[in-house]
Design a protein around this ligand. Structure first.
Ligand code: C5P
Ligand code: C5P
Ligand code: C5P
Ligand code: ZN
Length: 470
């Protein structure tokens, strides 16, 4: 067997063999786009391999959740998109004979290790940009291949997971992710292309596509509904059908070229720096089996649709969509998506109005109950670069939905990571200092802390960031 990621081959085969020998598997995964696609890939591969299983989703794999899993009957537990960071607790249960863990993850591993552990970081690959949880699950699925199925069609879900975890570097998937893209293209399920980098090319009417674009801000168009319409009206193209604005997917090649080059000109004219203007164009990943003009056709829109389900306690809906439900499941997901979009936009607005507090080395805001804790990290990421939020220091966000515990999300940039920033360590150490726990990636991490100790947490985190960057 020639898997997509050679470095992980032995680990994948060991994990696959262990699963093959299990009577029944409990599949546990994380509640975001990457976690859902991980579960979609693993569930499909287990099914095809004739292995019985059941799926559960967890917001956070803390000691309580691991104990709940341990109390269940299944003797084999497959963790996807989490598990590595919680290996101390998992290994303790393993030692007690509660279950055998099999892990396909990409988060920073804890001290303990275990026999069936598939994680890019264990082989020198970057878990924030080279392989996602869905990618790790895909590598496992390829090792689980049966007689007449090689599971390469699942590459499309692995790409949705990687894009959903924002693994693209300069608009493009790299490293092991690239190898997975290549397999998907070969299998005929994916197409890779260069196109406008804006979010919503499949589903947004053109004025909204331009108005809401946050990837590159163009004065007079971005955040300016009338400006976007004036710009489009001035192109001399027929951009409406039956009085309705067309979408990007509805345009032909020539029309797209005209709009894109006019956007570039407008950006340059308005003084957007040339390297930013380059960001107007990026790599897009198209799921060829999905109808044009739907969220499912584009990896980025697909991933947002999934976040809209799982982060609102409806992971079952997102998983159904991953597994091919294009009727009821898709309908429900779309309703949830409208709600998710409203929440993101209201959350971002709240941050803009309230502002952030600058410390020496980081900046933070406390959204209290204003922003749902499961999306406060997405909002923090989207806030970087808006007025009053510094691009050159990490952002830390708090939110809570009960009185005892407060959720923390932290986001950095590739540049800060290159300078030494490791938010996984910051979140882990600072939360432990105040009696909580956390982890994640160098560029994006999170924690839970006891409510009331946020200020103390900020002070410790600020100091650690200072040490890392100093
Ligand atoms: O659980 P976990 O791996 O899934 O979450 C990754 C998070 O990190 C996502 O919310 C993603 O948006 C964020 N991220 C980021 N910038 C990156 C890489 C990931 O904000 N360069
Ligand atoms: O929700 P998700 O984490 O997939 O969002 C990823 C990125 O997609 C956001 O950071 C944002 O830039 C973009 N997005 C958007 N409008 C939305 C949802 C997401 O521009 N309604
Ligand atoms: O929740 P958020 O999107 O901010 O999470 C960012 C990253 O931090 C994710 O990869 C998540 O799995 C990780 N995280 C963690 N422990 C926590 C909270 C988040 O490892 N308590
Ligand atoms: Zn992930």
């Amino acid at each position: 067997m020639a898997g997509p990621v050679q470095a992980l081959e032995d680990r994948a085969v060991a994990c696959a063999d262990r699963l093959q020998s299990a009577e029944r598997v409990l599949l546990a995964s994380h509640i975001d786009a990457d976690g859902l696609t991980s579960a979609g890939i693993a569930a499909t591969a287990l099914e095809r391999a004739g292995i019985e299983f059941e799926v559960v989703f967890k917001k956070q794999l803390d000691d309580n959740e691991i104990a709940t899993i341990a109390a269940r009957e299944e003797e084999t537990v497959l963790f996807t998109d989490f598990g590595s960071g919680q290996l101390d607790a998992i290994a303790a249960h393993e030692a007690a004979g509660d279950f055998t863990p099999v892990i396909a993850d990409h988060h920073q591993p804890a001290e303990s290790d275990t026999e069936y552990h598939l994680n890019p970081l264990l082989e020198g690959l970057d878990g924030a940009s080279e392989l996602s949880g869905a990618g790790a699950s895909y590598v496992l699925a390829r090792a689980l291949e049966g007689e007449d199925v090689d599971n390469r069609d699942l590459a499309r879900l692995a790409v949705v997971g990687a894009v959903g975890d924002m693994q693209a570097v300069g608009g493009e998937l790299v490293g092991a992710n690239r190898e997975i893209v290549a397999e998907g293209v070969e299998a005929g399920v994916l197409e890779e292309g260069t196109d406008l980098a804006f979010y919503g090319k499949q589903t947004r009417p053109l004025p909204k596509l331009l108005e809401y674009a946050s990837e590159v801000r163009i004065p007079g168009i971005s955040n300016d509904g009338n400006g976007a319409i004036r710009f489009l009206d001035g192109l001399g193209l027929d951009l409406k059908r039956d009085g309705e604005w067309r979408r990007w997917v509805d345009l032909d090649h020539e029309e797209r070229r005209t709009v894109a080059s006019s956007l570039v000109q407008q950006a340059l004219k308005k003084g957007v720096p040339a390297d930013k203007v380059d960001g107007l164009v990026g790599t897009t990943y198209t799921l060829l089996a999905e109808p044009e003009g739907t969220e499912l056709r584009d990896a980025s829109e697909f991933s947002t649709l999934l976040n809209a389900t799982a982060r609102y306690e409806r992971a079952d809906v997102g998983l159904a969509v991953c597994l091919g439900d294009r009727a009821d499941g898709l309908d429900r997901a779309r309703k949830l998506l409208r709600n998710h979009r409203r929440n993101l936009s209201e959350g971002l607005q709240w941050v803009k109005e309230t502002g952030v507090t600058q410390e020496e080395n980081l900046q933070w805001f406390d959204a209290g109950e204003e922003i749902r804790e499961t999306i406060v990290g997405i909002v923090a990421g989207m806030a970087v670069g808006v007025d009053g939020v510094d691009r050159n220091r990490p952002i830390v966000a708090f939110a809570r939905n009960n009185d005892e515990e407060t959720k923390v999300s932290a986001r950095g940039t590739g540049r800060l990571v290159a300078q030494g920033l490791d938010l996984s360590a910051v979140m882990g150490e600072a939360s432990e200092a105040v009696g909580g726990g956390g982890g994640g990636h160098d560029v994006a991490a999170g924690a839970t802390v006891p409510t009331g100790r946020e200020q103390e947490f900020v002070e410790v985190a600020d100091e650690i960031v200072g040490d890392q960057l100093g």
